[in-house]
Design a protein around this ligand. Sequence first.
Ligand SMILES: Nc1ncnc2c1ncn2[C@@H]1O[C@H](COP(=O)(O)OP(=O)(O)OP(=O)(O)O)[C@@H](O)[C@H]1O
Length: 762
Amino acid sequence: MKEELYLEHRSSIWSIETVKCTSDRRVNMAEDTLMLNITSDSAPYFHSNRYQRPTSKEKWASRNIEKRKSSGIQEVVPSKRGLYSYEKDSKTEDKPSYEDTGEEEQSYQIPVSKPVPKAASKALSSVIPKSDQSNQAQPKLKSKHVGENKVEDRAFVKTSSLFKNNPDIPDVHRPAVTQLKEKVFTSDSFAGLDLHPHLVATLTKVLNVTSMTSVQKETIPVLLSGRDAVVRSQTGSGKTLAYGIPLVQSLQAVEPKIKARDGPLAVIVVPTRELAQQSFQIFQKLLKPFTWIVPGVLMGGEKRKAEKARLRKGINILITTPGRLVDHIKNTLSIAFSAVRWLILDEADRILDLGFEKDLTVILNSLNATGPPRQNVLLSATLTDGLSRLAGICMNEPVSIQVGEKAELCSKSLPDPAADLPDSFTVPEKLQQHMVLVPSKLRLVCLAAFLLSKCKFEKGHKIIVFVSSCEAVEFLLTLFKAVLCGPKAKQQPPLSFLRLHGNMKQEERTEAFHDFSVCKTGILLCTDVAARGLDLPQVTWIVQFNPPSSPAEYVHRVGRTARIGEKGSSLLFLTPVETAYTTLLANHNISLSEIKLETILSSLMLDDRFKVRGKYDSKSSKAQEVRERATVLQTEFEDFVHADDNSVQMAKKALQSFLRAYTAYPSNMKHIFHIKTLHLGHAAKSFGLRDAPQGLVSTANGSSKERGKDKSKDKRPPKKKLSAKEQEAVLMRSEYASGMDKDSKKKKKKKTQAEGEEDSVD
Ligand SMILES: Nc1ncnc2c1ncn2[C@@H]1O[C@H](COP(=O)(O)OP(=O)(O)OP(=O)(O)O)[C@@H](O)[C@H]1O
């Protein structure tokens, strides 16, 4: 009886004729998409002479085999070149291999490693006699770790083509843009201001600053005079000290001296926990000579009980995230605002936007109910006129400080450079902004090639990569660590990855923030939690793997580099259909230069891990080799993802969250980012998935038949359909969440006696 061993890998089946089984039996081992079958001709399935009902996966596998047979796809290939070899069936040569994706199989064959999952390997060795296992014709079973296989070991297999069926990459028209410039430093020193000498000494000795930046020169005197202010200046221009110095100067002069039990005299609201920690540390330094003034921080993720205790002892400068402050307003009796004379909203446009609207209302109502007249300050690099007007609700004739000015007209086509001032943003002068147009399928390899080129083949790079969801951060971290930092990547320097997103435990977030702050080189994969205000030293590149939901967020993300007059670069990933995003940015005076996809991919030529066997002499075949290396890398990603169920699930989750984020772009961006323009199969590939998983679109945009079915069963009242803006707000809120919402829910469910007692004491 002829026995065959099938290794089925979704669209492909490798057959090994020479392997003999010891008995007439079929052992079927399935690992999600990969199935290892040892079959006899005899059906049904027998094991130890007992009939066993086929599992659904077995059924699926045999159905697939039948389907392929009937469609004429050659399954059993006596290999001449290698065991994982494919021969083209002349009849099926041009048939797409991926029904879901509409992919075509590659027209050329390239050697790639084909690891088999451990479990499959184990099952195989248990059923193949030792003598047969040593057979030359047997496939080499490899561990899950990709990159371990030598180039020579790579057998020839066909993979779906990365470079076929992609949309054309259009020529980018660079719209005429008037570049705004802002001088960072002035020649004026802090000593020239009427500040306490100990404060000036602290600035010089502890904070190492002597001359003022432009925003400090303009803002400090206004705030010292007691006026409200709305301050806009570019990222990394020293806005924290612009409000921090006059605040400390004014509080240290209060007579009689401030006491801790006076409670908060200043409330500083910031959108993220990391920014709260960072600002707190700056105030700790500024207050060194003024030990009687107590700074304190309240933020999500921290123990509420400990915060309550600190509030009871007394905090004079209170730095807080909105959600956590609202929670204390509602639950902590010892919080009192009767002495508050400063309210500062840092990253004010973020605090004022939809995501924090409710929280801010609670905070303002609480502050307005009591206390002396208050000085209010709003700051951001992207405050627009509209938001300043909104801010008028709580401000008293604020002085508007806009540091940026029209300096250089880059295009003669704009007759009136001042016409669009209100919504134009200034980015740091030494920031080099780039974009790359990448078809969906190639996004993953393009990102990997870019990171390898910077961190492996150049020195001293510190890179932040922004992605649209926590799940995608987790996925990329796992994938890159395994594939780019696996055993084969021993060569120096090693790539080091960190992550930061809203679903991490607070201790992990704090650790990641600290580690990335102090490291000399490394890659931080993160969501927008790291977009605002963070002052991470010596970041050389900002990569935006997913475009942000507004030009303002773009400005804040790129603003994590090129700070305080330093150099820096940024790279924005766009798919060809998203090219119009450049026009949107140009409307806000932001201009990007293009880096060609081929240029980024060609860095793979430096990495022999992705080498293929062919010989390449001419220029055109160099391009071919680049493509082949990119395909090898993509295959390694896919192999890793499909090697076990966990990683498949992780990739699916990441894809799903990406789709959800895609549907949440605001309505004024729908002409650029619309879920209908996404090719699901191609998007799946950018998460290392070989096919588009079923049902994802329905989950992402909530408009499938399944939903209709569910409705009839589901007796709950229908959920209110969210507008795009509201969806965005929900996303944003979850990213910036203080952590209190969860805590509050938990608390309601299971309130401990201790907590209850403490609440009543407060
Ligand atoms: N006068 C100064 N001289 C030298 N360095 C300064 C001066 N003022 C601030 N800095 C430094 O500049 C860096 C950026 O400052 P800061 O974080 O306050 O910028 P920012 O304008 O608030 O940025 P963002 O808009 O991104 O929040 C910090 O490292 C800070 O220590």
